[in-house]
Ligand binder design. Structure first.
Ligand SMILES: [Zn+2]
Length: 291
């Protein structure tokens, strides 16, 4: 019903002009609120720029899906800031469970994990984007508080042609072997395996390489995987190792930052540690950074 008809109807019902005015304005106001709520129903935003390209995520019924996230809340910022290193699986599991939609935290690719944390930080502190001072590697100029947006992060992207899993033929044995991308749950499997075997004092330092590769062998458990790898011809193993390195991608907490001096303009690689005010910036009431 349009407003005019509504006014005629209300007048006929004997309401005063002031009353009608209040009702009409009230209804307009409430319909405005309704339409705003309608638009904001999904508080999750698609996570753009993922190192994996976001191509390998599937929902519970196996249909490809986009990763979405929402800004951190106070408690998330506190625990992330307090986290001594970003490899604490349980802390990050909890954050991803609360703030990421699409797949379960264990299914998130290791190569995307740090980038997602940086994305969450950027989404949360939109008024105080990340800044970092650095000394130009070419001219030595001190660039103070340079902006570090997500697209300046040093990200190793995966080529679109890469599949998951991906097969590789071994030259000596002629066998074909398939590797998957490492997911957060594989890292947990490695940690559990290490803990169990440390207790048994069976683990050696040089097992780390075997463990990593064994954890992503398609269709094979870690113990069987290690045994299979150990018994390979070293040439075959070297091929797998190289293949494993090539499947590596992600973000290693560095950024490409360009010198502000016009005559220089050199781009330096600057470390961006997730520490000391990264997830809980040290800012004043005017939103400027404080030391
Ligand atoms: Zn410079």
């Amino acid at each position: 019903m349009d407003v005019q008809n509504r006014v005629i109807q209300l007048k006929a019902a004997g309401l005063s002009d002031a009353q009608i005015d209040a009702i009409v304005k009230g209804s307009e106001f409430s319909s405005e609120i309704l339409s705003v709520q309608e638009v904001e129903k999904d508080p999750y935003i698609e996570i753009g720029g993922l190192p994996s390209g976001g191509r390998y995520y599937k929902n519970q019924v196996g249909i490809p899906c986009k990763l979405k996230g929402q800004p951190l809340k106070v408690r998330d910022s506190i625990v992330l800031e307090a986290m001594e290193n970003s490899n604490d699986s349980e802390v990050i599991d909890d954050i991803f469970k609360r703030r990421i939609k699409g797949v379960s935290p264990g299914d998130i690719l290791i190569g995307d994990e740090l980038y997602i944390l940086a994305w969450l930080r950027e989404q949360t502190f939109t008024k105080t984007p990340l800044r970092k001072s650095f000394i130009c590697s070419k001219c030595g100029h001190l660039n103070e508080d340079a902006l570090v947006p997500l697209d300046k992060l040093m990200v190793y992207y995966l080529p679109a042609s890469v599949t998951d899993p991906m097969s590789c033929k071994l030259p000596i044995s002629g066998n074909e072997i398939a590797l998957r991308f490492m997911r957060r749950k594989d890292k947990v499997r490695i940690e559990n395996f290490v803990n169990e075997n440390l207790a048994l004092r069976k683990l050696k330092i040089d097992d780390a390489k075997l463990l990593e590769i064994a954890s992503v062998l398609h269709g094979m458990g870690i113990t069987d995987g290690i045994e299979m790898l150990e018994n390979l011809d070293p040439t075959d193993f070297a091929v797998i190792n190289n293949f494993f390195i090539k499947m590596n991608f992600g973000f290693n907490k560095s950024a490409f930052l360009t010198c502000e001096k016009e005559e220089c303009g050199f781009t330096s690689i600057v470390p961006i540690p997730f520490q000391d005010g990264y997830f809980l910036p040290k800012i004043g009431p005017d939103l400027s950074y404080e030391d």
